[in-house]
Design a protein around this ligand. Sequence first.
Ligand code: SF4
Length: 376
Amino acid sequence: MENLNTSELNPGKIKLELLINGISPDSNIQMREREAPERFVYDTSNKYRGVLPSEIILPDNIVSNIYLREGSDWSIQGRMLKKGNQNLCEVSFTPDAKFTKMNLKSGMPASKVAVMYGLDIFSVFLNKTCVYFPEDKECHFCSLEYTRKNSGKGNVVNPTVNQVAEAFQLALDHDSELFNYVMVTSGAYRCPDKGIEKQMAHIQMMKQIQGRKNVNYHLVTIPPKSREILKQLAEQGPDTVAFDIEVFNPNLFRKNCPGKETQIGYEAYLRIFEDAAKMFPDNAVKAGFVCGLEPIDSLVEGMEFFGRLGIPSSLNIFHPDVGSKLQDKQRPDRGYLLEILKEQARIGKRYNLIPIFPVHGRRSSLDTEVHKGYFQ
Ligand code: SF4
C-alpha cells in the first residue's frame, strides 16, 4: 500500500485497489432488504462465509468485485469506503432483482437458474460440469467444480431451455429496467460444436420471448471446431461472443489450460480467432485473458495480435479462487497491472476497440474503466 496517493484516486483506480487489496473482514457490510447477495455461481476467492453483497458500486456506477482479506486496511463501514481512518467515498451494493425472489412453476427458486450480474447483465451459467475436471485438465485458476459442490450447491447444474425461458420471462416482467445484456456462459462440453448448438438453443428461445425489450446477447464459450458452426454463430447467434484463450504465451497456455490445449490446441485457437474476425463485425468477438498468469510482454503481444484483428481483449484480473489449482498464487501487484492497463488503453485506441460491456463493465475486469479513460 505504500506509495499510494489517495488524492489521485478516481473510481476506476479505487476498483483496481479493491481488486488487489480486498477489504477487511472487520468491515460492517450488513446487507439491506433490496441489495443483491452473492449467489456463488462460480468465481469466488472468499474464504469467509456469511452473506456478502454480489458487487460493490463505486462512484460513477463503477461495479467491482468484493473480497475479504485479513489485514487489508481498506474497509466498508455502513456505506462508506475507508482506507485506514480516511473516508474515501460513499458506496452502494448491487440492487437485487425481483425475479430472484420468485419461483418457477415447479417451485424451484428462479435464482437457482439465473442471476443478475452487476448493473445491467442477466446471466445464465449452463453446464456446470465442465468436462475438463474429471480428466484433471481444468484451467488452473478455475473453481467451478469446487463452487458447485460447496457454496453454489443447490444451483441448477444444467438449466434446461424451459427453465431459462421461465426465469427470463420473470426478469422481463419484473426487472426489465435492470438489464440490457444477457450473458450465457458454460463449462466445456465433450464436443464443443454440440455445446454451441445447446447454447444457441437457449439464446434463440430468449430472443423469441424478449418482445420489445432491447437486449444484447453475449456468449462465453469454447470455440467451435467447425467453420460451419462458427459461421452460424456469426449469422444467427448472439450479438457478441467470447472465446477465452486465458494466456497468450503458448507454454503457459499449455500449462495453465490443459483441457483447452487437448480439446482445441493453442495454434488452432489463434486460427479460429482469425476466421472469426472475418465473419463477425469488429468488436463482436472478445479474447478473454486471466491477467496475472504471464509476463507483461507476452500479454501485450497478445492484445496487439487481437487488436489487429478488430478483437478487444478482456482482462479478468486474476483472483486465487478457493478450490482451484492456483488458490495459493498471489494476486498481481499494482505495478504489473498499471503497466498492462496502460498498454490496454494504448492498443484500444490504436485499433478502435470497444469492450463488450461498455457501460458498466464487469466486476473483475477493468476493460470498461480503461476504455473510459480512468487509467490515462
Ligand atoms: S473451460 Fe476452464 S474456465 Fe471454463 S469452466 Fe472449464 S475449467 Fe473452468
